[in-house]
Design a protein around this ligand. Structure first.
Ligand code: F3S
Length: 406
């Protein structure tokens, strides 16, 4: 791989041991994927900050890097950690302590301690065609598809290595030829809420693997709709980019989405959408003891909607309702009164935590209701929870009545 003079000095350890380690990671990745060179990036997003994903070894590795003086040189945000620093959620003490250790290590390296999978909701917004090195599959698919940034599905260590060097190997979705569509999905069923978008993403993710889906006839989706579509695609499949004709920036027309590449055409009807929903449900018992909303983390708009749905209502005393967001959005939602309304109903607005990367199962929950395709996909394996999947209204009803009656 061709290296510039400064990159050779980084590789040789002239900029310190952590930078040398980071260069080793990036060069190994470049070798595997046949990259000819490294390219500059404008930002990084590190993930794998939960004990569930990295174990204690990951904590110790990050602490070692921080102790050896590792410092990021481009804006670097942190993904969700498995703990809420703002309150005691009665999670096991050892778990909380170890999670705080890893967060502290990354903060010492200069990362922003905003701990969220949606940094684009609060100021970290890559521009069109900007090269970045973000981990967290739901964020990667959003930045590539909706913003038109250039990003591969980074792992935690490679994203940190990019944050420390300001570089990433040139391969994958940094190259225009790999961003062309593979399959055109003609969507002939109306998508009316986030759960519909999530189910579509989940259905398509299962059949498309790592190929690039293109959607036709998706009508005026909100940003949150596109976030849920991407989260479904990236969890049940390995999708890192999609296009929606007339919606996303690289697909004003079908021709621009495929750029001359041959493609398959498939139809999405009510049947496929329903199949997408059914595959996300594993629960049999209608009694619901845990409801979780906010995977990816809730936007301010979603918190406003939840406040409206919960105004004057009470969560069932045998059910726990957690709403996941981050410190930035929660601060705004507090100012605007949404947090008060949601918590007056008996729910908890968690900060920088989420169900999959946290461990709510330690509190004894058995059956989850959610409107998130990603949470529904992972919760059986990651948390041992049975899942009901539906709209946010259905989930709030489940929280209020303590049962799934959809
Ligand atoms: Fe975000 Fe956690 Fe879901 S990181 S996408 S809320 S699994």
């Amino acid at each position: 791989m061709h290296l510039t003079d400064i990159e050779k000095r980084m590789r040789d350890g002239e900029m310190g041991e952590p930078v040398r380690t980071a260069m080793e990671i990036l060069m190994a990745l470049g070798e595997i994927y046949g990259a000819e060179k490294l390219i500059p990036i404008r930002s990084a997003h590190v993930a794998g900050l939960s004990l569930k994903s990295h174990g204690l070894a990951g904590t110790e590795w990050a602490e070692d890097m921080a102790n050896r003086g590792a410092r990021v040189c481009v804006p670097t945000t942190m993904n969700v950690i498995g703990v809420d620093r703002s309150r005691d959620l009665h999670l096991p003490e050892a778990w909380v302590k170890d999670q705080l250790r890893i967060e502290a290590a990354y903060e010492r390296m200069g990362c922003f301690g905003t701990s969220s999978c949606v940094p684009y909701y609060f100021g970290f917004v890559p521009r069109f065609q900007e090269h970045i090195a973000w981990a967290e599959s739901s964020a990667v698919v959003f930045t590539n598809s909706v913003l038109g940034a250039r990003d591969n599905r980074e792992a935690g260590p490679s994203a940190l290595a990019s944050g420390l060097t300001g570089r990433t190997p040139l391969y994958g979705l940094h190259l225009e030829e790999n961003r062309k569509g593979d399959v055109l999905f003609k969507v002939s069923v109306p998508l009316t809420n986030l759960a519909d978008y999530g189910a579509l993403g989940s259905y398509v993710g299962r059949i498309i693997g790592t190929r690039v889906p293109v959607f036709e006839r998706i009508q005026e989706p909100s940003i949150e709709d596109l976030v849920y579509l991407g989260a479904g695609l990236a969890s049940s499949g390995g999708v890192a980019i999609f296009h929606a004709i007339g919606v996303t920036p690289e697909a004003p027309t079908i021709e621009s989405a495929f750029k001359g590449k041959k493609y398959e055409v498939l139809e999405i009807t009510a049947k496929e959408l329903e199949e997408g929903k059914q595959k996300l449900m594993s629960a049999k018992d209608r009694k619901v003891d845990y409801v979780a909303i906010g995977c990816p983390h809730c936007s301010l708009n979603q918190l406003k909607e939840l406040a409206t749905l919960l105004q004057g209502r009470s969560v069932n005393r045998k059910t726990t309702l957690w709403v996941h967001t981050n410190v930035a959005i929660k601060h705004l939602a507090k100012q605007l009164g949404y947090v008060q309304v949601i918590e007056d109903a008996g729910a908890v607005v968690t900060q920088d935590l989420c169900t999959i990367l946290g461990n709510p199962e330690a509190l004894g929950f058995k059956t989850l209701a959610t409107n998130s395709p990603k949470m529904a996909f992972y919760a059986p394996g990651s948390n041992g929870l049975d899942v009901w999947y539906g709209s946010v209204e259905q989930c709030i009803e489940a929280a209020v009545h303590g049962s799934w009656n959809a």
